[in-house]
Design a protein around this ligand. Structure first.
Ligand code: CP
Ligand code: NVA
Length: 305
């Protein structure tokens, strides 16, 4: 059966390390496992980084990406999620999809024998998390082969969302300590925490950034209002007031700490300009690594997974 990547813990820790190694292979030395093959790229939400990095990864692996929007597939309106997946599997060697509802990915992956890869759902953003750990490894090096991020501390401040879940799984499975500070009501729910703990990771939870930021190697944030939550935006702006990550907060982590954000940034909301554009920011390294992550994960899933 094909292997899927709906969330980071679909991989074992050793498989995640193998995928990360595959991502670090130079583009110029690539095998082309998708030579002559198509990859369906389904986007039910907007995307800049994910669409471009996924399409270019397919091209660099020798394949042909087909960009598909809801207008073509109409998941569960024009056709069931299962029948969309079965249709795409007639022509393609992988299905990559950005959806609102994570269960659409689960239903699609259950009925096809080609990899289904999550390009962001309400629950997870695994290719972003792989790009994030590539950025951390670039910055801090490999601690040891079994736990490449051992000794590193990754702290997320803001809304515990799809990006946070995947980040904590990826960084934690590579050995990092993960810490979280959110306003009341915006932390992980018990199911999320159980899943993270099931991967052998015990997040450190603080009530305020000052509880968890000092001693961190990386301070990460993302939007307070994810795609699909637009109706809650005004309430969220009120609830997150005072939670903006700025350069002073990142500096309080300690010497050598870096700032991370998956982007797009809402400047002046979850992050200030001085955090995004300052010397500690590695946001463009992260964005660049989205291509390495898509390439490595796709190559591993279609040829070794
Ligand atoms: N980080 C990220 O997924 O960006 P896009 O929404 O632009 O793809
Ligand atoms: N948490 C954000 C990430 C965007 C890349 C969202 O889901 O909209």
């Amino acid at each position: 059966m094909a292997r899927h990547l709906l969330e980071i813990d679909d991989l074992t820790p050793s498989e995640l390390r193998a995928v990360v190694e595959r991502c670090r292979v130079e583009a110029s030395t690539l095998q082309r496992p998708l030579d002559g093959h198509g990859v369906a790229c389904v986007f039910l939400k907007p995307s800049a980084r994910t669409r471009n990095s996924t399409e270019m990864a397919v091209v660099q692996l020798g394949g042909h990406p087909v960009y598909i929007t809801d207008a073509e597939v109409g998941i569960d309106r024009r056709e069931s999620a299962e029948d969309v997946a079965r249709t795409l599997a007639c022509y393609h060697s992988a299905i990559c999809a950005r959806v609102f509802d994570h269960t659409h990915l689960e239903r699609m992956s259950a009925v096809v024998d080609i990899p289904v890869i999550n390009l962001l759902s309400d629950a997870a953003h695994p290719l972003q998390a792989i790009a994030d750990v590539l950025t951390l490894l670039d910055e801090f090096g490999v601690s040891n082969a079994e736990a490449p991020l051992a000794g590193r501390v990754v702290t997320y401040v803001g809304d515990a969302n799809n990006v946070t879940r995947s980040l904590f799984l990826a960084a934690g499975m590579l050995g990092a300590e993960v810490r979280l500070a959110t306003p009341a009501g915006y932390g992980f729910d018990p199911v999320d925490l159980d899943r993270i703990r099931a991967a052998g990771i015990e997040p450190v939870i603080g009530e305020r950034p000052s509880d968890v930021v000092p001693g961190s190697d990386a301070v990460y944030t993302d939007t307070w209002t994810s795609m699909g939550q637009e109706a809650e935006r005004e309430q969220r702006l009120r609830d997150f007031e005072g939670w903006t990550v700025d350069d002073a907060m990142v500096a309080s982590a300690g010497a050598g700490a870096i700032f991370l954000h998956c982007l797009p940034a809402h400047r002046g909301e979850e992050a200030s300009d001085d955090a995004l554009d300052g010397d500690r920011s590695r946001i463009w390294t992260q964005a660049g690594h989205r291509l390495s992550a898509a390439r490595g994960a796709l190559a591993w899933l279609v040829s070794e997974g």
